[in-house]
Design a protein around this ligand. Structure first.
Ligand SMILES: NC(=O)c1ccc[n+]([C@@H]2O[C@H](COP(=O)([O-])OP(=O)(O)OC[C@H]3O[C@@H](n4cnc5c(N)ncnc54)[C@H](OP(=O)(O)O)[C@@H]3O)[C@@H](O)[C@H]2O)c1
Length: 307
């Protein structure tokens, strides 16, 4: 674990936040404001989501900006201490829009940039093994060449997905479904903890290029124990097959349901799990202790809080 830095003085310069109307971005804004930071939320023209008013009510400054214009983005980045992106999308967002945001941050003289990564450690995955992570790698290659201090936050899978989209803990069947090795360590961090950590990192001028966190490192057997403990009913393991079986299922799903314009089609979620089950993108070493005020939510707590 890295040595926690002494708490840096709060920058009076604003933190510019792109994607503040999204799930993670809104939470980052709230965490920044809780810490006394000035937040300038970049919002697309015509955005009528309730989050815009909520951000304003919380004390964020709303900057309505054309994300296609580097000039407009540069004006919106003026005087900022850090630009944080929590944008979500495919190439046009993760590569193209973030490039414009980066160019704007550099033109405005902003010293620091946090890209919208928030994922498993794609730096250890071969190119071509995960479409969404390839886009992040591509953007980060550009980021590495820019005259700005960059920090990527890598947090594994959002733990919240275990009670949502990720078909792993099957509460109805009392099974934990997996492929490959039930003892492979996997990284999970809640969206809330990721937001807290990102806010702390945005306010910390000494961050390194990568920060890796995991609210809990759990194997499939660990998930089985957690599900059994919170429900009081024994969960069994359901091994569908080796990783090659999941690989084949991904190819088939991609063929019959390609959904090329969806950010998270079913095959993308399966791909994410496949990557995790290989162990390649395991986060290490962990920087959880860098901001000791953060209390990490366990898998068990997330499973217990399911509806
Ligand atoms: N590790 C994990 O398990 C995990 C899980 C989920 C998400 N994530 C990551 O977390 C990050 C945030 O995801 P999220 O779920 O919070 O996303 P989200 O709720 O869909 O929010 C996306 C945000 O991006 C904005 N946006 C989208 N396209 C845009 C564009 N072309 N121009 C300007 N703004 C645009 C949206 O603005 P509007 O309000 O105008 O639409 C919104 O503020 C992403 O990097 C995502 O991959 C990680």
């Amino acid at each position: 674990m890295a040595t926690p830095p002494s708490t840096p003085p709060l920058p009076s310069a604003p933190i510019v936040l792109a994607g503040a109307t999204g799930d993670l971005g809104f939470r980052i804004a709230r965490e920044l404001l809780k810490r006394g930071a000035t937040v300038r939320a970049l919002v697309r023209p015509g955005n009528s989501k309730p989050e815009v008013t909520e951000l304003q009510d919380l004390g964020a400054e709303i900057a309505t900006v054309d994300f296609n214009s580097v000039t407009a983005l540069t004006k919106a980045c003026a005087g900022a201490a850090c630009v944080v992106s929590a944008l979500s999308g495919l190439r046009e967002v993760i590569v193209d829009t973030q490039k414009r945001l980066l160019d704007a941050a550099v033109a405005a003289g902003v010293p620091r940039f946090i890209p919208s990564d928030y994922c498993i450690d794609y730096t250890k995955l071969p190119a071509g093994s995960n479409r969404n992570l390839d886009l992040r790698r591509e953007f980060n290659q550009r980021l590495d060449q820019a005259p700005i201090q960059a920090t990527s936050i890598l947090n594994g899978m959002f733990t919240d997905l275990l009670t949502g989209q990720a078909p792993v803990v099957l509460f109805g069947m009392k099974r934990v479904l997996y492929y490959g090795d039930a003892d492979q360590p996997l990284d999970f961090t809640t969206t809330a903890n990721t937001a807290e950590f990102t806010a702390a990192a945005a306010l910390d001028p000494t961050t390194p290029r990568y920060l890796r966190v995991a609210g809990e490192v759990a194997s499939i057997r660990g998930l089985q124990a957690a599900a059994t403990a919170v429900t009081g009913t024994p969960f069994k393991l359901l091994r569908v097959g080796g990783l090659w079986v999941l690989g084949t299922m991904i190819s088939v799903t991609k063929t019959i349901m390609p959904a090329p314009d969806e950010v998270f089609p079913p095959w993308q979620g399966m791909q994410y799990l496949h990557n995790m089950f290989t162990g390649l993108p395991k986060l290490t070493p962990l920087d959880n202790a860098r901001y000791p005020e953060i209390s990490w939510t366990s898998v068990r707590e997330v499973l217990a809080a399911r509806n």
